[in-house]
Design a binder for this molecule. Structure first.
Ligand code: SF4
Length: 441
C-alpha cells in the first residue's frame, strides 16, 4: 500500500520510529497532493490587489484564479482577473516574447496597475522566452515596476514557488520613502485575507494600539509593500511560504520577525502577546490582555455546547504548512476532538518535531502524502472528520466522513476568536450531519 521510499515520511507517535523527515522532493509514483512551482508563486503574490498578474503560458496554467483562492480586497479588484498570454502552438515554435509584450502593454494601458507581475510557466522555460528582458522593456516604457516571476512548474514543488514569490516581493520592498510610519507598526506576512480574516486581525491589532503598515499577502497594496522596510516588526504566519522574505528583510533592513498562528484561542492570544512583548510597551500589553479577556468571556461559553457534542471524536488533518497543523491540533483538543492523523504538504523536519510533540500517542504523522495513503490512514484510525483543502474534500466524502475546508478555498473566516467559534460550528455541523446515516462507511 505504501511506497517503500516514503518510509521516513510516515511515522506513528509513540511507535518504534525516528522522527518524521520533511522537505524531500515528491516521488513520482506517489501522486503527491503538492501543486507546482508556478502555483506556489501565484498563491503568495496574487493577493496584491492593485497589481496586474499576467500568466505567460498556455491558458490551462491560468486556472489558478481568484475563484478557487479567494483573497479578499477592501479596494481594487484587479487581482481577481487571471490574465494569460494564451500561448498556442505557433508561439511555442516561433517564440512568445511579442505576445507577452503586446499583452503586457495592452493590460497596463487598460488597467493602470501599480505594478505588474509576469509569471513564467513550464513551456516558457522550455522555449526560452527572455521574460526578464520583456519586463525590463515594458517597465522602462510604462514607468511602473514590472516584475518577472520565474516560476516554471518543473523546477520543483509549490514550496520552491514560495521562495520565488518572496524574491519578487523583495524587489519592491525598500523602494518607498514614506515618512509617517508609526513606531508601533508591523507587517503581516502569510495571512491571505481569506473570507476577510485579515480584517478580524486588523481590528485586534488596532485595539491593542499596533499599526499594520503592509499586509503583504492579503488585501495587499504595492505602495505599502514598497514601504514595508520601515515597519518595526514582521509578523509571519504560514512561515512555510513567507519565512524567506522575513529573513531577507531582517538581513537587508534589520526588520526582526516573529512566527505566529492566528488559529485557535491559544495561538491567537500568543500572537497578540508576542507582538506586545516585542514593543516592550506596557500599554500595548495591557490592551492585549484586556482584549483576550473580553473575547474569551464571550467565546468560551459559546464553545461549550460544541465541546460537549464533539467530545471523543477523532480527526484527520492534512494541510499545506506545519504551523497550521499545530494550531489545528490545539484547536481541536479545545473542542474535545483528538487528532489521529496529522500531515502537511510542505513541513520541514524541525516543524515536524514540534508537531509530533503536541500530538497524542498513536497519531499518524505524514509528510507529502497522497490520496491512497490518506484514505488508508482514515480507515485505520476511524477518523470521523477530515480537515484539509480542495484536494482532500473528495477523499473525506468518498469515505463518508465530515469535512472542514481549512485551505485557500474556504469562504468562512476561521482565524481569531470569531474564527474559532465558526470553526467549532463548522466541525459540529459536518460531523453531525444526518447525511452520514445514508452512507456506507
Ligand atoms: S506544472 Fe507547468 S504547465 Fe502545469 S500548471 Fe504548473 S506551470 Fe503550468
Amino acid at each position: 500500500m505504501f511506497i517503500k521510499e516514503r518510509q521516513e515520511q510516515i511515522i506513528t507517535k509513540g511507535g518504534d520510529n525516528s522522527g518524521l523527515v520533511g522537505g524531500k522532493p515528491s516521488i513520482a509514483g506517489s501522486v503527491s497532493q503538492r501543486a507546482c512551482v508556478f502555483c506556489g508563486s501565484r498563491v503568495v503574490l496574487y493577493p496584491i490587489a492593485d497589481a496586474l498578474h499576467l500568466v505567460h503560458g498556455p491558458i490551462g496554467c491560468a486556472a489558478y484564479t481568484w475563484d478557487i483562492r479567494g483573497a479578499m480586497s477592501s479596494g481594487p479588484q484587479l487581482h481577481r482577473s487571471s490574465f494569460s498570454t494564451d500561448l498556442r502552438e505557433k508561439h511555442i515554435i516561433f517564440g512568445g516574447e511579442q505576445q507577452l509584450y503586446d499583452a503586457l502593454t495592452e493590460l497596463i494601458d487598460k488597467h493602470q496597475p501599480a505594478a505588474a507581475f509576469v509569471y513564467s510557466t513550464c513551456i516558457v522555460g522550455v522555449i526560452g522566452d527572455d521574460v526578464e528582458a520583456v519586463c525590463r522593456r515594458v517597465e522602462a516604457e510604462k514607468m511602473i515596476p514590472v516584475i518577472p516571476v520565474m516560476s516554471e512548474g518543473f523546477q520543483g514543488s509549490k514550496k520552491d514557488g514560495y521562495k520565488i514569490a518572496c524574491d519578487a516581493i523583495a524587489t519592491l520592498v525598500g523602494t518607498g520613502n514614506r515618512t509617517d510610519v508609526s513606531p508601533f507598526s508591523i507587517n503581516i506576512l502569510g495571512d491571505f485575507n481569506l473570507a476577510g480574516e485579515l480584517w478580524i486581525l486588523a481590528d485586534y491589532y488596532r485595539r491593542t494600539g499596533v499599526h499594520i503598515l503592509a499586509s503583504i499577502t492579503g488585501d495587499g497594496r504595492v505602495d505599502d509593500i514598497r514601504n514595508a522596510h520601515k515597519a518595526s516588526l514582521n509578523v509571519v504566519q504560514c512561515s512555510g511560504s513567507m519565512i524567506y522574505l522575513a529573513k531577507r528583510m531582517k538581513e537587508e533592513y534589520g526588520v526582526p520577525f516573529i512566527k505566529v498562528s492566528y488559529f485557535g484561542i491559544e495561538d491567537m492570544s500568543d500572537a497578540l502577546y508576542e507582538v506586545a512583548k516585542h514593543f516592550d510597551n506596557e500599554s500595548i500589553m495591557e490592551r492585549a490582555r484586556a482584549l483576550v479577556r473580553d473575547e474569551l468571556q464571550h467565546l468560551l461559553p459559546a464553545l461549550e455546547p460544541y465541546r460537549k457534542a464533539l467530545q471523543g471524536k477523532k480527526a484527520a488533518i492534512y494541510v499545506g504548512g506545519a504551523f497550521k497543523a499545530i494550531s489545528l491540533v490545539k484547536a481541536l483538543r479545545l473542542i474535545g476532538i483528538q487528532t489521529v492523523i496529522a500531515g502537511t504538504q510542505t513541513g520541514n523536519t524541525d516543524d515536524y518535531k514540534l508537531l509530533e510533540s503536541i500530538c497524542d500517542d498513536g497519531c499518524i504523522l505524514v509528510d507529502d502524502s497522497n490520496p491512497v495513503e490518506l484514505s488508508e490512514f482514515v480507515k485505520q484510525t476511524g477518523a470521523e472528520l477530515f480537515i484539509g483543502g480542495v484536494k482532500e474534500r473528495p477523499i473525506a466524502y468518498k469515505l463518508g466522513i465530515g469535512f472542514c475546508d481549512h485551505n485557500h478555498e474556504r469562504k468562512l473566516a476561521l482565524a481569531g476568536y470569531d474564527g474559532m467559534l465558526n470553526f467549532a460550528k463548522e466541525v459540529y455541523e459536518t460531523v453531525s450531519s444526518p447525511v452520514w446515516k445514508f452512507v456506507n462507511r
